[in-house]
Design a protein around this ligand. Sequence first.
Ligand SMILES: O=C(O)CCC(=O)C(=O)O
Ligand SMILES: [Fe+2]
Length: 354
Amino acid sequence: MIIKQVDRRRNLSSEDFLNEYFNTDTPVILEDAVSTWWPQALQKWSIDYLTDQLGDRIVDVRKNTSTIDYKLGKRYLLAKIPFSKYAFWHKNNMPERYDHYLAVNNIKAAFPEISPHIPLPDHVGKLHAGPYLWIAPDGHYEYTHVDAHDNFCAIIRGRKNFRIFSTGDFDKLYPHDFGSKGKTVQSRVHLDNIDYELYPKMRQAVCMEADIGQGDVVFVPSLFWHQVTTIDPCTISVNIFFGPRGDDQYIKKMLTNPRSDAFRHWILNVIVQNKDAPSFDHLIEEDLPGSIKNFLFKQYHEHCTDQQIEQIVSWVRDYFKQEHGIEHSLVTSEKGAARKHPRQLKIRGLSWRS
Ligand SMILES: O=C(O)CCC(=O)C(=O)O
Ligand SMILES: [Fe+2]
């Protein structure tokens, strides 16, 4: 594996970010950007302050996060617990903190009290999802995965290390087979212990390292692999999933090289996740174009063109033909996209991943 460092830039305007990094698919650390984006969060947020604000609010917390299955992206359980309990483990250095992770909690929906501290910065073209709150213990290993959104991850307290690989290196990191659960696609490679015999293409993979601390933001372009290790106890971070401004830019970008291989994998992974759902055969025979259209609208708040849907449908058709010898008589996008209530494609939970 070849190692490089991610650029560090201070006071980078949104225009320069767009031209130099976003449009060129280059990760970057925006040093100390939080002090201009979210000064209130940077000044106020601590585990004590958040406990005062949020008290016994019920939050989603991942369990079993110290197990090897979690580290390999295979399995975790979700628990709903009061925020104060999670905070207590951290404030009192309880062992429980190492086996749990308060991850991806939607700030606007779950914590309206502190949501005004996190306005959208100009650097975000179009919000897809979030902002999300994360509170992690030191040493937490977040397995290598891709998200199908551009991403800013900002540190409010503590430090994290990101290891990022371009979407052009998608196959070099050996994604899991189609159908594994969850919104992300995981790599099979454990970056702290790379088996080069098993994963020889990893020798050529370029790892872009980013160490980020309090106030820093890292930009991870969509469908770029990333592994995230938390360095400091009780590290508090916020992330935002976004895409370019406009109503017809994101899916176009997903279907353009070098991203289209990773996007094909990501969308086929979602479709195959639905294989065991009772209405899957109907979905695939009758509703596929409309289902894909609705599903992508939910993710990206934009409509695909018929041509874009045809492209995705042809991936599905080819996959089922090649892998399962099944010839689906898939409907055309014209007819399928016109159906009023097509059956729904859904993200199936990570805790099911086998
Ligand atoms: O901070 C972490 O532990 C993981 C963050 C991540 O994967 C993301 O922001 O997409
Ligand atoms: Fe991620």
